[in-house]
Design a protein around this ligand. Structure first.
Ligand code: SAM
Length: 285
């Protein structure tokens, strides 16, 4: 299928890999090997292909995507203000999935995005959903977060979302730092153990919390100090933290038009307690 052709490539500014691109001379690398997952505890590309083949039924997914993009753009505002039309910020979206969230970011006309994922199935769906949109501002790339197919300092911004975003995987921070230019920023989300988790599933939350608090395990999911510790060896400095998904986990609320406003206020008033997602902004020295 022509639309399914996806490339592993250096960031292609000003171009989108559409079905018409695919049928007009853009060639996939021959016999491209599956991107490897050097981190043994992580799920394989095949697992993610299977995941993306199933319909998603996550509660409040649309609201989460909308709110994540909104907060991310807020965190990027200082950089966007300095950007010029002739040199828009080059953004890498790591673990973009099938394109639920990236289009919300592209609503900001100053952004040009390379969206990368390890799953060919996710990228095929992304391609089908976005073909013909975002003229010249979106490129889809297949690759692994542990071995990014880009030169050093290729991006001004790296973003990664999804509650367990690809860039939050242990070890991924080194590649994030490598592809960021000095002074560039990354915005990465993490799951946060909110009060709702403790009330809804205390046993599971306790086990989850202990697992990440155990000696030798990453602790950065929980709070600023852990995040600082996690990013420092890679040369990334934690600058800001935002919380979201602070609204009660009820499908009916998530569907209402005012749910975004409710989430914004609850996150502002009690983010560290109620927010189920933590958004971190880090800067490369
Ligand atoms: C939780 S999903 C988030 C998708 C998307 N960012 C969103 O918010 O809708 C995580 C994504 O990371 C991708 N992924 C998993 N391991 C990866 C890796 N090593 N390199 C790149 N992407 C990976 C998965 O295929 C999946 O699409």
């Amino acid at each position: 299928m022509a639309a399914a052709r996806l490339l592993r490539q250096t960031p292609a500014r000003d171009r989108i890999l559409t079905s018409s691109d695919a049928s007009s001379g853009v060639q996939p690398e021959p016999q491209q090997p599956e991107p490897q997952q050097p981190e043994p505890r992580r799920k394989s590309a095949a697992w993610w292909d299977d995941f993306w083949a199933r319909p998603l039924a996550a509660t409040g997914r649309a609201l989460t995507c909308r709110r994540t993009a909104e907060e991310a753009l807020r965190l990027l505002a200082p950089m966007l203000e300095q950007a010029s039309v002739s040199a828009p910020p080059r953004v890498l979206d790591l673990g973009c999935g099938h394109g639920d969230l990236t289009p919300f970011l592209l609503a900001e006309p100053r952004l040009t995005i390379s969206a990368l994922d390890v799953s060919a199935a996710a990228l095929r769906q992304f391609q089908a959903r976005c073909a013909g949109r975002f003229d010249g501002r979106l490129a889809l790339v297949r690759g692994s977060v542990y071995e990014l197919p880009f030169p050093d300092a290729a991006f001004d911004v790296v973003v990664s979302f999804g509650y367990a975003s690809a860039a939050s995987y242990d070890g991924a921070e080194r590649e994030v730092a490598r592809v960021l230019r000095p002074g560039g920023v990354a915005i990465i989300d993490y799951a946060s153990p909110s009060l709702y988790h403790w009330i809804g599933a205390p046993g599971a939350t306790c086990r989850w919390y202990r697992r990440f608090r155990a000696p030798g395990q990453v602790t950065y999911h929980f709070g600023r100090a852990g995040l600082r510790e996690h990013f420092a060896p890679a040369g990334l400095r934690l600058e800001a933290v935002r919380y979201l998904n602070a609204y009660p986990p009820l499908e009916r609320i998530a569907r209402h038009g005012w749910s975004g406003t409710l989430d914004r206020w609850l996150a502002r008033l009690a983010g560290p307690i109620l927010g189920r997602v933590l958004l971190a902004r880090v800067r490369r020295a």
